[in-house]
Write a protein that binds this ligand. Structure first.
Ligand SMILES: NC(=O)c1ccc[n+]([C@@H]2O[C@H](COP(=O)([O-])OP(=O)(O)OC[C@H]3O[C@@H](n4cnc5c(N)ncnc54)[C@H](O)[C@@H]3O)[C@@H](O)[C@H]2O)c1
Length: 303
């Protein structure tokens, strides 16, 4: 996608931080903006701020974990703007930190539920509608640098964000034939309100194994006040969409750590000389299966 004029952008987490930066940048570039966020008051404020700039904006209060509400939100976009989004930003996310060995089921269920479940709900809700509209589009999901390597203090968050990277790799391969590009944004530090995320924790996921209090929130703010400005980050996202980049990682400080991490993975793979015949047979079997299934799937899709 090269031009954002008159595109319809659905932004989860659009009321704050990275999501609001995307609303500003893509709104200024001519897109119609849907701010979808769990906090009704913040949605109203974000929409008012966007409209004050002359941006066309519509707000929807949405918990991305709620599938029925997600379907209603998608219907609302079509009712308001006459078509499904051509730009989907899965940006909403929450985090909470503590030792992996103290992590409770509620920590996993809430953090994975929003950061992975919410993205899954966005994809299952919108991808068929975007394909049916027949228009080119682009999807950007916000993962994290934490999604590219594990962390003893952020296990549920890192696991969910890792899954999201992998999921976008799969969708990118599958959606190219529909002219829908897919990117995954892996930020390091963003200047945002994510330090406050624990305040959004629903009562049904209230049993945390972590220490969450005013002190832990203040200490997280001390990191995020030095993060990248959300508008600057969204400009990198815009460039990434124009270039149809799968990975968007505009943080130079991450490069050497990522290289060491992925080098360690690649180094652990045996060289081809270790088992050339077995490698050939296994690869052929996989290729034959994929070719056979491709025929079946194409028949099902009427292709
Ligand atoms: N802040 C960072 O340093 C950092 C680093 C890497 C990745 N990220 C990711 O960036 C994304 C944006 O976060 P941010 O830093 O701008 O934080 P933020 O808290 O400023 O914005 C996140 C928004 O998501 C909304 N939200 C939370 N749960 C929701 C739900 N269930 N349904 C709908 N909306 C919900 C919040 O109300 C908030 O407005 C997240 O996915 C986060 O994991 C942030």
């Amino acid at each position: 996608m090269q031009s954002f004029e008159n595109q319809i952008a659905f932004i989860t987490g659009g009321a704050s931080g990275a999501g609001f930066g995307q609303a500003l940048v893509f709104g200024r570039a001519g897109a119609k903006i849907v701010v979808a966020d769990i906090r009704a008051d913040a949605v109203a404020k974000a929409v008012a701020d966007l409209q004050a700039e002359g941006i066309t904006a519509h707000g929807i209060t949405l918990d991305i974990m709620d599938r029925a509400a997600y379907a209603r939100a998608a219907d609302e976009v079509e009712a308001v703007f006459g078509a499904p989004p051509t730009l989907l930003f899965n940006t909403a996310g929450v985090n909470s930190f503590g030792p992996v060995e103290d992590t409770s089921y509620d920590d996993f269920d809430w953090i994975v539920g929003v950061n992975l479940g919410g993205v899954i709900n966005g994809m299952v809700t919108f991808v068929p509608r975007m394909i049916a509209s027949g228009k080119p589009g682009h999807i950007v999901t916000t993962s994290s640098l934490g999604g590219l390597m594990g962390s003893a203090l952020a296990a549920p968050y890192s696991a969910a964000k890792a899954a999201v990277v992998n999921l976008m790799e799969s969708y990118q391969q599958g959606l190219a034939k529909h002219q829908i590009g897919v990117s995954v944004l892996c930020p390091a530090n963003i200047k945002s309100n994510i330090a406050e995320a624990s305040r959004l924790r629903p009562a049904q996921f209230g049993q945390s194994g972590y220490v969450e209090n005013e002190d832990s929130i203040a200490s997280l703010h001390s990191i995020h006040q030095h993060g990248m400005d959300p508008v600057e980050l969204a400009e990198h996202v815009k460039a990434g969409i124009v270039a149809n980049q799968l990975y968007i990682i505009p943080y130079p400080e991450a490069k050497e750590g990522l290289r060491a991490h992925f080098d360690a993975i690649v180094e652990s793979v045996l060289p081809l000389e270790a088992d050339p015949e077995g490698a050939r047979l296994r690869t052929e079997a996989l290729q034959n299966w994929a070719a056979d299934r491709a025929k079946v799937f194409m028949e099902k899709q009427g292709g």
